[in-house]
Design a protein around this ligand. Structure first.
Ligand SMILES: Cc1cc2nc3c(=O)[nH]c(=O)nc-3n(C[C@H](O)[C@H](O)[C@H](O)COP(=O)(O)O)c2cc1C
Length: 355
């Protein structure tokens, strides 16, 4: 397939649309791609960086590169094959809740293009456990490692939250490579209150009784650093296989002009804050847990910084919106250049090099 730069032509009209409508078009395009396997294969040849130096084993599976798609892009697992064609090393679907949920009223997603950032208050809009489980079962065997991110329904009271997570873990454990318990979205009232020692301990003890698949905990960037580290350690001590840091932030001071309506900021404005939280967690847990860094990553240099700080995997979302489908290839090519510059022959020599 000729490497015509399509994105510069596609982005302007897409960006004239409401962000959620644009996302809908992106998802329909990915579904169209995956419906034509030779097209998906051709795109994959174009976007997947084929380099043994980027490969490694994680969650008991071969990852072709350390760049994953963050949760929330493909909440219902409708486009996993299309996303594989964009060259990702793995994909995290969800957040999935037990019951289907419409999410918050629109508009609930906003662009801040000058800052390459987004603000969202989606509120876990998703098709629900039964439908997503059926879809994942049909996907089997998935073309790349798949994680499932799970969360409680909005109208589930706090005392029933544990049961929501247990039902989700039970349903998805056999259909994915890893699970993420999301207790850090700012858009479900009370959800972040679950980021406490008592809840995390009982959740992880229960989860490890249900499955031996890796269960990770996704944390917010808005915790005090010491608190983030303490909670991450509590989770790992209670059986979490790892930590995903971070979710979006509601620190609106990071973006003058942000809407003060409760939605979370992502993208470039989140980069340093997310790095600081990840770095603090990694200092404590590197070597003891799988560490996933997400938040404001949009270049190979930033991905490299996270890997050196101890990330086993980096994830992207907002940069994909701004930079388009060649983002993953670009990050991986830059990673290879940086590794060559530093004389690193494999990711194993990069990950945690700064620890
Ligand atoms: C529109 C949107 C929806 C999101 N939905 C979810 C979600 O359902 N579950 C989740 O754990 N994170 C969700 N996230 C957070 C991302 O997974 C990621 O943690 C965050 O955006 C920071 O990464 P980024 O700066 O690369 O976007 C969402 C982010 C955006 C922008």
């Amino acid at each position: 397939m000729p490497a015509v730069p399509v994105w510069p032509l596609v982005r302007p009209p897409l960006f004239r649309l409401d962000p959620e409508a644009a996302h809908g078009i992106a998802m329909r395009s990915l579904r169209a791609v995956q419906a034509v396997p030779p097209l998906a294969a051709a795109l994959r040849r174009r976007f997947l960086v084929d380099a043994p130096a980027l490969e490694r084993t994680l969650f008991g599976r071969e990852l072709l590169n350390p760049v994953g798609l963050a949760a929330g892009f493909d909440k219902d697992a409708v486009a996993v094959r299309g996303l594989a064609a964009l060259g990702f090393g793995c994909v995290e679907i969800g957040t999935v809740t037990p019951q289907p949920q419409a999410g918050n009223p629109r508009p609930r997603l906003f662009r801040y293009s000058a800052d390459a950032s987004l603000q969202n208050a989606m509120g876990f809009n998703n098709a629900g456990l039964a439908e997503v489980r059926a879809r994942l079962a049909r996907l089997h065997p998935a073309p790349l490692p798949v994680g499932v991110n799970v969360g409680k329904n909005k109208d589930t009271p706090p005392e029933a939250a544990l049961a929501d997570y247990e039902a989700l873990i039970r349903a998805f454990a056999g259909l994915c490579d890893y699970l993420v318990v999301n207790v850090s979205s700012p858009n479900t009232p009370g959800l972040r209150d679950l980021q406490n020692e008592v809840f995390l301990r009982s959740l992880l003890r229960s989860a490890t009784g249900i499955t031996d698949r890796p269960v990770l905990v996704k944390i917010a960037p808005d915790l005090e650093l010491a608190e983030a580290v303490r909670l991450a350690e509590v989770a790992v001590d209670a059986g979490a296989a790892g930590i995903v840091a971070t979710n979006t932030t509601n620190d609106y001071a990071l973006l003058p002009g942000a809407r003060h309506f409760g939605g979370g900021l992502s993208g470039r404005v989140l980069q340093e804050k997310s790095f600081r939280v990840f770095d603090a967690v990694a200092r404590r847990l590197f070597g003891r847990a799988v560490l996933v860094s997400v938040g404001g990553i949009g270049s190979g240099a930033e991905a490299y910084r996270r890997l050196r700080a101890g990330a086993d995997l980096v994830q992207v979302y907002t940069a994909l919106v701004y930079q388009g489908p060649s983002l993953v290839r670009r990050i991986n090519e830059e990673l290879l250049e940086l590794m060559e510059r530093d004389g690193a022959k494999s990711l194993g020599e990069v990950i945690g090099a700064d620890r």
